[in-house]
Every structure is written in C-alpha cells, then in structure tokens.
Design a protein. Structure first.
Length: 272
C-alpha cells in the first residue's frame, strides 16, 4: 500500500508567494505520510494577462521554480508531480510550453510532459468569455508515463481529460494511476469535471488524482476547484471542494491488479 496527496491552490501572479503556499501544503502532505504529491496546473504562476506567460517562462532545467522543486522534494523526501509550469519553447520564441515536471525524492527531475490538448474555447452561456491557450502556448506531442512509489503514472493536464484516446494510449504504456492537474473554469467544472474524471477512472480501471485551482484569482478568472482522488471503480476516496488544502489517500495496487484481473475490460477491447 502506498499513499498519494493532491494539493489544491488559488495561485496568482506572484511566483514567490505561490511557492510559499505550495511549500506549506507539500509539508502537510509529507506529514500525512504521502510518498507522492500532485500540484495543480499553473501552481507557480497565473498571470494578469495571457501574454505574461512569455515573461514567466523558465528554460528547461534552469529556473527558480525548478530549483525550488528539487530542493523541496529532497528536503521532504517526497516525489512531486509539478503540474504545471511554463517552459520556453525551443522552436517558437512567441510561445511557451505548459509543462509538467516530475521530481523524485532525491530532487532529480525524472520526467517531463508537455500538455497536448490546448484550451481554445468560447465558454457556454458566458458571452464574450473565451480562452485561446494556443495563442501563447505550443502543444506537446509525446504521451508519457513514469514509474513512481504509487505505481506507473500516466501524465495529463486539464483539458486533456476530454480526450479518452490519450488515456487509452497511457494504458498501452502500462499506466496504473492517472494524474490530472487542472485550472478548470467554473462553468465547465460545474458541468463536466467530476463526470469526466470518474469516466477516465472507470473505463481504464485506474486511480485518478486530480489537483485543481480553486476560487477567484487576481486576473479575475474563477476556477472550479473540487480536487479529488478516485479509485479504479469510480469511487471518490477524498475530496477538497473549495479553497487551498491537501487531500491524502492510499493507493492499493494489489486491489487494482485483482480488479483488472476479475473485470477484464481492458483486455476485452476490440477497436484499437
């Protein structure tokens, strides 16, 4: 049996302030026995305007947030799935990558995932409210899993959750736990957040860890929150509805393996 933590935040545009908040929450996760902790999307920076993403981006392997993550992971002896920070795109100076980095308990960055599906949406029933993530963010192209103390983790971010084919590919790579750090809008969160997360858990017989941004941010954006840990049968084990906080639950790999054996939906697939 292993233990995972999911962290919910209300991040703003002050990186140092966000990192102080994240450090307090990671310390709580470690105190509660977590071996792996998941941070939300944009945990270190949510700018006042989209173009500020270009100013906040770090070079891969070199930057204050990455140095901080390595130090905290090592100090707390904790794996940290940092989902996400902004990383400079190597081939496009006009855009950045929305990047998840995974640090082991020795403070080494052992994996990277660049968000594939970008949120370009006109929000329903909100005239004039639109999001164009692709204006300043370049999409990733690689599907990534990483071995951790809670099992093999499949990496995804926010809007990715609407595309089940990504998770089928993660299954083919042996994923046992799916992570979904997010900054879901309030209207789409109310409509779809929980049902999409449960669907990804049930159809893949996988644990789902979903770390959300929550509340009203300095840029005026409202995010939905409702961070959850869901088991492979679709049961919500822990939930944080609003505000900053930490939830922790056990990941039972033996139960999951038995469930996949007794209910072989993944093996019964016909269309691939």
């Amino acid at each position: 049996m292993s233990r995972a933590a999911v962290i919910q935040m209300t991040s703003g545009y002050e990186v140092e302030e966000n990192l102080r908040a994240a450090e307090r929450l990671l310390e709580r996760a470690a105190d509660e026995g977590a071996q792996v902790a998941l941070l939300p999307e944009n945990f270190n920076f949510l700018g006042l305007r989209d173009e500020h993403k270009l100013l906040a981006a770090e070079s891969l392997g070199d930057g204050p947030t990455q140095s901080w993550l390595a130090t905290i992971a090592r100090r707390l002896n904790l794996w940290i799935i940092a989902g996400t920070i902004l990383v400079r795109a190597e081939t496009d100076s006009r855009r950045v990558m929305n990047t998840m980095l995974v640090y082991n308990a020795q403070g080494e960055c052992v994996s990277r995932y660049d968000k594939i599906h970008l949120f370009d949406v006109d929000v329903p029933n909100k005239p004039g409210e639109q999001y164009r993530e692709s204006r300043y963010v370049a999409p990733g192209s690689s599907v990534v899993t990483v071995d951790t103390p809670i099992g093999r983790v499949g990496l995804s971010v926010c809007y990715d959750v609407r595309f089940p084919e990504l998770y089928r590919t993660l299954m083919e790579k042996g994923a046992e736990v799916l992570v979904v750090p997010a900054a879901f809008t309030a209207p789409t969160g109310r409509a779809h957040w929980e049902i999409l997360l449960k669907a990804r858990a049930i159809e893949n017989l996988s644990y789902v860890l979903a770390a959300a941004q929550s509340g009203l941010h300095p840029n005026g954006r409202e995010t939905y929150g409702d961070s959850v840990i869901i088991d492979p049968w679709g049961k919500v084990l822990k939930r944080r509805v609003r505000g900053e906080g930490v939830i922790v639950a056990d990941v039972d790999s033996k139960m999951q393996a038995l469930l996949r054996q007794n209910f072989p939906a993944l093996h019964n697939r016909v269309l691939k």
